[in-house]
Design a protein around this ligand. Structure first.
Ligand SMILES: Cc1ncc(COP(=O)(O)O)c(C=O)c1O
Length: 378
């Protein structure tokens, strides 16, 4: 089945007890045993497993073309479970421009736990191969990356991981399974912040892991899910299932609008650089065109004049909302370096735009008037 059909139907069926077409939200934390002590429906306690989460996990697995999925309370909880599934003394290779929370987790938490890590330019396969050490157990990919939209060749990096006997994990948050299927490109695991496009309405926090098969590793990840306890509420599982149903159609709108905004910004005199893999001149364009079905809804720009000029644009927008996060129906704008703090590697003039589902011309007009201040002051 195609992704539009999977998004609507995978994991869903009318409730056998009532015929309800929209799934019930199972709030129960505990499940009754028969007189002989057995659990007739296989559920024991909500943290380990529950009917609403199980239905969501089936849907997530189908969307990514995987066999099994695990839902978490946030993207970072899913990421932490992956790193905790390794052992002290193991080594991870991750992108230099990974989501700053991922890099911070490796640096400030996992390093103290004995997990070594090397951050590399993941767009350079030779640099990745050179970073492989005998203790390397995992290569972490994030493509397109947050916030510079660097594009990693997923098949090539997966092959390097396989040759090294390491797992390859892809953070597929920005692309979504609609635009990119990392398991088909050789990855062993996909990670999502479902807070973003999968939820799609800026009203839930969640994370997910999807694997191509059950294995000792997925069993360990499931143990970490249950014992770490960072699991989503039944209501958040339900909201996420609702979001997923419209994901493929929302992604079309995000991609179409982002292409229009990126095209406008690429020709603007106040803009130093546009980071969007859909632009023919973008360094990631060729790889993205090969491995993605569309270029996504995120656009980053570097405003001429650095941080001060960029912050001026943020102050002047009227339609864009000044807020962090991404993937919702409303367009957001953010000065990334301010959010990331003193350790930020992000260029000071960079603004990250999450392009929503408004009309593209309204978005372009808003950016045009906000950028006019930059142009006239220069
Ligand atoms: C690419 C990427 N990965 C992971 C995360 C973390 O997800 P969460 O905020 O759901 O913990 C984010 C959040 O912005 C992200 O953009």
């Amino acid at each position: 089945m195609r992704i539009e059909t999977l998004a609507v139907h995978a994991g869903h069926h009318p409730d056998p007890a009532t015929g309800a077409v929209s799934p019930p939200i199972h709030l129960s934390t505990t499940f009754a045993r028969e007189a002989d002590g057995t659990l007739p429906h296989g559920f024991l306690y909500a943290r380990s497993d529950n009917p609403t989460r199980r239905e969501l996990e089936r849907s997530l697995a189908a969307l990514e073309g995987g066999a099994t999925a695990l839902a978490f309370a946030s993207g970072m909880a899913a990421t932490a479970a992956v790193f905790q599934s390794l052992l002290p003394g193991d080594h991870v290779i991750a992108p230099r421009d990974a989501y700053y929370g991922t890099a911070k987790l490796l640096r400030e938490v996992m390093a103290g736990w004995g997990l070594g890590s090397t951050l590399v330019d993941m767009t350079d396969p030779a640099a990745v191969a050179a970073a492989v050490a005998p203790q390397t157990r995992l290569i972490w990919i994030e493509t397109p990356s947050n916030p510079t939209l660097a594009v990693t060749d997923v098949a090539r990096i997966s092959a390097i991981a396989r040759a090294a006997g390491a797992y390859c994990v892809c953070d597929n948050t920005w692309a979504t399974p609609v635009l990119q299927r990392p398991l088909a490109l050789g990855c062993d695991l996909v990670m999502h912040s479902t807070t973003k496009y999968l939820g799609g309405h800026s009203d839930l926090t969640g994370g997910a892991l999807v694997a191509p098969a059950e294995s000792d590793w997925t069993a360990r990840l499931r143990t970490l899910q249950a014992l770490g306890g960072a699991v989503p509420s039944a209501f958040d599982c339900w909201l996420l299932m609702r979001g997923i149903r419209s994901l493929p159609w929302r992604m079309r709108g995000h991609c179409e609008n982002a292409a229009a905004v990126a095209g406008f910004l690429a020709g603007h005199s106040a803009i130093e650089a546009v980071h969007y893999p859909g632009l023919a001149g973008d360094p990631g364009h060729a790889v993205a065109a090969r491995q993605m079905a569309g270029f996504g809804g995120m656009v980053s720009v570097q405003v001429k004049g650095g941080a001060e000029a960029a912050l001026g644009v943020v102050r002047r927008v009227r339609l864009f909302t000044r807020a962090t996060s991404l993937g919702g129906t409303e367009s957001l704008i953010e000065h990334r370096a301010s959010v990331e703090g003193p350790e930020s590697r992000t260029p000071p003039g960079l603004l990250r735009l999450s392009i929503g589902l408004e009309h593209a011309e309204d978005l372009v007009e808003d950016l045009d008037q906000a950028l006019r201040g930059v142009a006239t002051r220069r």
